[in-house]
Design a protein around this ligand. Sequence first.
Ligand code: NAP
Length: 300
Amino acid sequence: MLTGFHVAVIGGDARQIEIIRRLNGWGATVYIAGFNQLNESFTEAIDLDFESDQVKQLDAIILPIPGMDEEGNVDGIFSNRLISISEDWLKKTPEHCLIFTGISNNYLNDLTKRVNRSLIPLMDRDDVAIFNSIPTVEGTLMLVIQHTDFTIHGSRVIVLGLGRVGMGLARTFDHLGAEVSVGVRSSKSAARVYEMGLTPIDMTNLQDVDLECDILLNTVPQLVVDASMIKQLPSHALILDLASKPGGTDFSYADKRGIKAILAPGLPGIVAPKTAGQIIADVVYRLLSKNIRKEIDHDA
Ligand code: NAP
């Protein structure tokens, strides 16, 4: 249980709704900002008042998955108000206050360093990223089905990258009967692809490699699906780029060639916000109870 913990949830999307519900269920005192346009109301959550002393009690602040922009603003789809978090406000949190974000940027890294608070970028954690790959793969399947007029079964699929998302994609498309090849850059990953019964493609030496396929799924967050790769694709091919913005595809070249190429960020929040929220809430629960329990008990 999180009885005695004070947590602020600031901004975000449908994932945060599940996080708030879970925190409430675990007995935490939850403060919320950025949900004024949400139709449902959280009877057990308290509106966060940035001018009040609430900040002095916070054990944790949960920011949205994208974190903060370079000006300290936090985005929330359920609010028309700009929420900005100042250094002065953050300084008033207790020293043990943990700041959770999905991903971080230089601004947020510097800010939390200046106020000497621990920043936890959740998507950098293997546990969160691996759990999160489940709804990501399901969202990919949805988009592939929506944007093709042929079955996955029997189609030629190339997955670029064998990381946490790539591994799930390769396995799932293989199980659905696709002919799967996986682009990797290390011999270790190539060996893993072979062990999985799939075909490795050496991305460090793509000359003379046959890249013709029906579906190209990119998970590499660098420009890898370039003109030379796109040139080899048949006109009916679909490129689905899952890598973080701006993706790893030369979208303008794909467009010029008339190949459908889609950047598909944030799939867990779109296809399974409840599950994606649970994944985050569970990790927040573990980290809060592991790191802050003593201080709460000590203060009590
Ligand atoms: P990951 O575990 O770090 O995997 C990335 C893979 O890319 C690794 O296999 C890595 O190879 C490979 N790679 C990196 N640079 C490369 C290069 N220059 N050439 C060839 N391969 C390269 O990351 P992940 O968790 O799978 O996530 C992949 C991307 O998807 C990230 O950008 C993440 O933000 C994004 N993502 C998107 C969604 C969505 O909804 N669209 C959801 C979750 C994650 P090595 O193993 O050799 O390093």
